[in-house]
Ligand binder design. Structure first.
Ligand code: 13P
Length: 243
């Protein structure tokens, strides 16, 4: 954790839940949110953003989306603009997740353009970075993360309170987690690059049993949670580990 920075625990629901499940999950998160000191955020699939934002309005749980388009509006069939998400009640948007970089060929330049659109619409971007297993084994983790941050963060990102999430690709959904030393080393390098006020999250197989140790590391200001965010008790368990 970084003194003076309120931790953020964000759930990335990815392409999971039907309406009923999404509503039940969000309700269960709100029901347990009372004792949590960290800021809580849930990022459901697009179709549920408006409904959940309406449902959670006035609660301590914020709603975000998992992507947005770089353009303000126009002929982009199937895409969603940042202003639409803001209008639906979202306050955050995850950008450049490794699954989008892999599935949709998103480059740093594309992520940067999306982040500019998010900032222009008044959304807080959470930009994801992280090395693959091959890059880690080749000793390139710090260099890869540095390059992704340099290429993906637009001007004004830090001043607007943008968030960066370190998500090693090989730790996502695998149950594998980097050593505490390795997480701390990447986060220290990110801190040196982005400055003292930006929230730096860790993501990748976080769960209640490992959250306390990870969140206690210097420069780890919260978590981006995948699988464990689909079970309210687990998500809240991670959040409680943040203090
Ligand atoms: P898991 O927590 O399932 O490893 O996913 C992490 C993630 O990708 C969050 O964005």
């Amino acid at each position: 954790m970084t003194p003076g920075i309120r931790p953020l625990i964000a759930g990335n629901w990815k392409m999971n839940t039907l309406v009923r499940e999404a509503v039940d999950l969000a309700k269960a998160v709100v029901a347990g949110a009372g004792s949590v000191k960290a800021e809580l955020l849930v990022c459901p699939p697009f179709p549920y953003v408006a409904g959940l934002a309406g449902m959670l309005a006035g609660s301590t749980v914020a709603v975000g989306a998992q992507d947005c388009h770089a353009k303000e509006k126009g002929a982009h069939t199937g895409d969603v603009a940042a202003a639409m998400l803001k209008d639906c009640g979202a306050s955050y948007v995850i950008l450049g997740h490794s699954e989008r970089r892999a599935d949709h060929g998103e480059t740093d330049a594309m992520v940067k353009a999306k982040a500019m659109a998010a900032l222009a619409a008044g959304l807080t971007p959470i930009i994801c970075v992280g090395e693959t297993l091959a890059q880690r084994e080749a000793g390139q983790a710090l260099e890869v993360v540095h390059g992704q941050i340099a290429g993906s963060l637009p001007e004004g990102f830090v001043a607007a309170g943008g968030v960066v999430a370190y998500e090693p690709v090989w730790a996502i959904g695998t149950g594998k987690v980097p050593s505490e030393e390795d997480i701390a080393a990447v986060h220290a390098a990110m801190r040196a690059q982005v400055g003292g006020t930006t929230r730096l999250l860790y993501g990748g197989s976080m769960k209640p049993s490992n959250a306390e140790a990870i969140l206690a590391l210097p420069n780890v200001d919260g978590g981006l949670i995948g699988g464990a965010a689909l079970v309210a008790a687990d998500f809240l368990g991670v959040a409680k580990a943040a203090g």
